[in-house]
Design a protein around this ligand. Structure first.
Ligand SMILES: [Zn+2]
Length: 250
């Protein structure tokens, strides 16, 4: 058992949220009980995730996508009221870390996804250095091989737009909704860019620049940071921890 205040301090120290300009508040978003025993990590603080965490006996939730985002009008109504009501009724702590959880060099979404694909970054690119880029191992330097590995590791097919067929010597990646960074990845020297989502312009850019684009799923690419941080937190304080994956086709 440990104190919520110590969990808060540990996560702030580990993830350094003050170093980021983010779209919502990082850290403790909803305050629950003081004693922390069991942590549930997940991608998004959806109602299904909150209910599954309650069923698992968790008192503290750690997610990548929290409840509060820039652009919301601040009203606690409808679905947002339902989520907050559930958290408060069960006195659950909700910790949410967005960009800091993408960026952490060992435990973050990008680092953890890279590890699963055998990609080691040797540089960073894009806004706030969130993008990762590095050399691809020889056996991964074709679009077919990369797509096959992604299917194995993520359990779903990537939507791939081929480039000009060049060997994929350097692969750039950024988890989640980073399709808007394709040009930054190209400028950083990528032969292929891998992210969660695709929008209409990226298909044309791939065809016209020769750089392959792979959309691998927002959820699927962001499934690894929260459990890695949850595990580090749990082992630091001797807590119980489990990752709860609520499937998402997006
Ligand atoms: Zn995301």
């Amino acid at each position: 058992m440990t104190d919520r205040v110590d969990v808060d301090a540990y996560l702030q120290q580990l993830l350094q949220p003050q170093a980021f300009k983010d779209y919502g508040p990082n850290g403790l978003q909803v305050e629950g009980r003081r004693e922390v025993r069991r942590v549930a990590s997940g991608v998004t603080a959806s109602l299904d995730f909150i209910d599954a965490a309650i069923a698992a006996g968790a008192d503290t939730l750690l997610v990548h996508h929290g409840l509060f985002w820039r652009g919301q009008d601040g009203r606690l109504t409808g679905w947002l009221k339902a989520r907050v009501a559930r958290l408060l009724a069960h006195e659950l702590n909700l910790f949410a870390y967005h960009l800091p959880l993408d960026a952490h060099p060992e435990l973050g979404n990008n680092a953890q996804l890279g590890r699963r694909l055998g990609l080691t970054p040797d540089a960073r690119f894009g806004d706030q250095d969130l993008g990762f880029i590095g050399p691809a191992p020889a056996e991964l330097q074709s679009l077919q091989a990369l797509a096959q590995l992604l299917r194995q590791q993520l359990g779903r097919d990537a939507l791939a737009v081929p480039g000009d067929g060049r060997p994929l010597r350097r692969v750039a990646w950024c988890t989640g909704g980073a399709q808007g960074w394709f040009e930054a990845a190209i400028a950083a020297g990528a032969d292929a860019f891998l992210t969660g989502e695709i929008s209409e312009p990226q298909a044309h850019l791939a065809r016209e620049t020769g750089v392959a684009f792979l959309a691998c799923g927002h959820h699927a690419t962001e499934r690894y940071g929260a459990p890695a941080v949850g595990e580090a937190l749990a082992s630091h304080f001797g807590l119980a921890h489990g990752f709860i994956d609520i499937g998402n086709p997006a």
